[in-house]
Design a protein around this ligand. Structure first.
Ligand SMILES: [Zn+2]
Length: 149
């Protein structure tokens, strides 16, 4: 007599532990909307100078290469402050020399013009005091500080 082993019965009682959660929206989904509050959206704005009026009081700044003889509001590339430049006339020995020459040639009728145009004017930042540019009597402007574009 040969004993036949019983046919193994497949076991189906072990359910796979997978539960597909239904993407059911919570009842308060319309309250917790992913759309951010419009007030919050509008808040983070990059700082920019308001178009109407500058905090420094100067609505327009002059590029350093376009400086003239007198004080001019510029955007300082060093400290970034828009401030009226402080000008100092360079009165070197050459100016005195020219003055002596002009005294010898007193008949010249354009002495005041020559006197005013013989000097170079250094522009200093009114905020940090850095020498930004030099206005030469030839009309050329020497920019000492590179302007960050
Ligand atoms: Zn400055």
């Amino acid at each position: 007599m040969e004993k036949v082993p019983p046919t193994p019965v497949p076991v189906y009682d072990q359910q796979p532990e997978f539960y597909h959660h239904q993407p059911t929206a919570p009842p308060n989904a319309h309250v917790q909307s992913p759309v951010q509050d419009p007030h919050v959206m509008a808040a983070p704005q990059p700082y920019y100078h308001p178009p109407a009026g500058h905090p420094s009081g100067y609505n327009s700044a002059t590029p350093l290469h376009a400086l003239q003889r007198g004080p001019t509001p510029v955007d300082c590339p060093i400290c970034g402050v828009r401030e009226m430049t402080r000008t100092e006339a360079e009165s070197g020995n050459t100016t005195h020399g020219w003055a002596a020459v002009i005294c010898c040639c007193f008949c010249l009728g354009c002495i005041p013009y020559l006197m005013s145009s013989l000097k170079d004017y250094n522009h200093y930042c009114g905020q940090c005091g850095t020498m930004l540019a030099t206005w030469h009597n030839s009309g050329r402007v020497e920019v000492h500080q590179n302007v960050r574009q």
